[in-house]
Design a protein around this ligand. Structure first.
Ligand code: HEC
Ligand code: HEC
Length: 355
């Protein structure tokens, strides 16, 4: 019985160490790392986990993984954070892309993420790729597609065919990931099954995806956030929506669309980063990012239903709903399936920073 409180105390210390708020060996975090920790906790932990353990939501990868941190460059990390990964829920966070973070903020997050690095850097083989892409086609179809998707995009795990990822990933990083895998995650090690030549061919295939990628993305002009709140609620003179219940209850896209069609009074709140909102949002929705609803609280109606959504389907919208409820809003719910299903149903979306 006596050991219980001691054990709990130890667990708290271990958890604090793991979350990076306390440093091993009495090393104090620098002001930059502290700032990075604060931003990370507010904006990133919802998907990547408070300690970078990954997979809190959305198959977001494990940023604290020793094999990842030991092989990734700061440039890769900065690029991923600044520009996000198109066609995934990883937003572009830099202010140049319409996100909330300055260059200094992004550097601060990178230096905080580096505090999780416990092992020496891996020695990477950065030589030019010697493999034959065509030889890896059947291997890729057999071994990689189910997790990473055809041509490395559209699968459940990291979009390794994403041209932004590949342009910042070095040959050494790719070889190391494929040969060694990521122990403790779904990513297997392929050194034994494919051999060095097979790994080399696979890297060559990834490089061919990169060179064949058509960059159709013509992003709408970015605008520094916060985006001004558009008109809320929709249909100010309309009836109450029927069948809505407060979060943690959710409302299906069909239910919300039916209520909109009958002219019900409600507001749709896009909980994602403003860069995502500008790219595409539900027609009529306003931008209220999950990490900082504060600037909008005064202007949001307390007597109309607020329906938060994201693409996740619930991580960012659920966080926003909780913050609104904590601020005293009672008519708050979450769109169950998120933007992806809304888009697939052709219920109407809009590009730009106006609703
Ligand atoms: C809505 C969930 C979500 C949030 C919030 C989020 N990410 Fe991500 N992030 C992802 C997903 C999903 C991926 C993988 C994308 C893909 O499939 O390629 C990713 C990828 C990354 C990568 C690249 C990892 C790799 O293995 O290539 C980094 C670095 C990263 N995120 C950092 C951050 C940081 C820092 C923040 C906060 C400023 C953040 N993310 C916020 C979901 C999220
Ligand atoms: C069972 C699922 C699964 C299979 C099969 C798989 N992967 Fe992965 N892969 C993952 C996951 C999950 C990660 C991210 C792990 C993490 O969180 O660090 C990953 C990460 C990677 C990365 C690192 C990307 C980055 O930005 O961190 C590369 C490169 C990669 N995989 C290539 C491949 C190749 C090539 C194959 C086939 C030969 C393959 N994977 C097969 C699940 C899989």
């Amino acid at each position: 019985m006596r050991v219980r409180p001691l054990l709990e105390a130890i667990l708290v210390v271990v958890a604090t160490l793991a979350s990076g708020t306390l440093e091993c060996g009495g090393i104090q975090p620098t002001p930059e790392q502290r700032q990075g920790a604060q931003l990370y906790g507010r904006m990133c932990a919802v998907c990547h986990g408070a300690s970078g353990e990954g997979y809190r939501a959305d198959e977001a990868p494990a940023l604290a993984h020793p094999a990842f941190l030991g092989s990734v460059s700061d440039g890769f990390l900065r690029n991923a954070i600044a520009n996000g990964r198109s066609a995934t829920t990883m937003s572009a966070w830099s202010s140049q892309r319409g996100g909330p973070l300055s260059r200094a903020d992004i550097d601060a997050i990178v230096s905080f993420v580096r505090t999780w690095e416990t092992l020496p850097r891996a020695t990477l083989d950065e030589r030019p790729v010697l493999g034959e892409a065509s030889r890896a086609e059947p291997v890729f179809a057999r071994e990689c597609v189910r997790c990473h998707g055809a041509r490395g995009t559209g699968g459940p795990n990291v979009h390794i065919g994403n041209p932004e990822l590949l342009s910042s990933a070095s040959n050494g990083f790719l070889r190391y990931a494929i040969a060694g895998g990521r122990a403790g995650t779904a990513m297997p090690s392929f050194a034994a099954s494919l051999g060095q030549e097979g790994v080399e061919d696979t890297v060559a295939l990834l490089r061919s995806f990169q060179s064949q990628a058509v960059t159709v993305t013509n992003p709408p002009p970015a605008r520094p956030p916060p985006i001004p709140l558009g008109p809320v609620p929709l249909n100010p003179r309309g009836p109450e929506p029927a069948g809505f219940h407060p979060f943690p209850a959710t409302a299906s896209v069909d239910a919300v669309k039916a209520q909109l069609d009958r002219g019900a009074r409600m507001a749709l709140l896009d909980a994602r980063a403003p860069s995502d909102y500008t790219n595409e949002h539900i027609a009529g929705a306003v931008s209220v990012p999950f990490y900082d609803p504060q600037p909008y609280l005064q202007a949001l109606p307390r007597n109309a239903w607020l329906v938060a959504y994201c693409a996740c389907p619930h991580a960012e919208s659920g966080t926003l709903a909780q913050k609104l409820q904590a601020a005293g809003f009672t008519k708050v719910t979450v769109l169950d399936e998120g933007l992806g299903v809304w888009r697939a149903r052709k219920y109407g979306t809009h590009t730009g920073w106006d609703p």
